[in-house]
Ligand binder design. Structure first.
Ligand code: CA
Ligand code: CA
Ligand code: CA
Length: 194
């Protein structure tokens, strides 16, 4: 018995929704910095502090200030997409449902661009406006990603393979991560193994 013509399409749809859900869950787990199963403002504050501490940036510098501001912005953006409970927290289920319902390239850009700009600036130790593989490894190390894995991620994100990650390349990867249903999209790997 052959399948009805619509069946493969439905299978494809289910698989692509499954990919997005896995990516959102992975993103949630990394945002939940105290691993209590909820994300809240303190988790974002802690992520910013890890980056600042890990890179040895003075806490009062403009780069550190921008990192803290951008994490606060990220949190506010997430609260606009996902339901916040009475305790001011977002559950994994609410996070996944909120993103699945409304993550568009425009919304993702508005949510993550300040954070990417700030991470790029603080990681950019030689201030050339781009992040090379060593700078990238230091940033990811501050977030707990081993350097071999960070190097693989860097190669995926460096689209033109010139050894430098630009804001445009980084942003393109983040948009793919949140919106692409293509299993081979390089942006799927922006946060390591999902
Ligand atoms: Ca948490
Ligand atoms: Ca640089
Ligand atoms: Ca590049």
């Amino acid at each position: 018995m052959s399948e009805a013509p619509g069946i493969p399409r439905i299978k494809e749809f289910v698989m692509s929704q499954d990919l997005l859900r896995r990516k959102y869950e992975h993103r949630f787990d990394l945002l939940d910095s105290d691993r209590d199963g909820y994300i809240e403002e303190e988790d974002f504050t802690e992520l910013g502090s890890r980056v600042i501490r890990g890179l040895g940036e003075p806490v009062t510098s403009p780069k550190s200030h921008a990192v803290r501001e951008s994490k606060a912005h990220y949190w506010r953006s997430v609260t606009e997409l996902a339901r916040v409970d009475g305790a001011g927290r977002i559950s994994k289920q609410a996070f996944v449902a909120g993103l699945a319902e409304s993550a568009s390239p425009q919304q993702v850009t508005a949510m993550v661009r300040p954070a990417i700009e700030a991470d790029l600036a603080i990681a950019d130790r030689d201030n050339d406006g781009m992040v090379d593989v060593e700078e990238f490894k230091s940033l990811y190390q501050a977030l707990g990603v081993p350097s071999t894995e960070a190097e693989e991620i860097f190669r995926e994100l460096d689209r033109n393979a010139d050894g430098e990650l630009t804001l445009e390349e980084w942003l393109a990867a983040a948009i793919e991560f949140f919106t692409s249903t293509d299993h081979n999209a390089p942006g799927n790997r922006i946060l390591g193994k999902a």
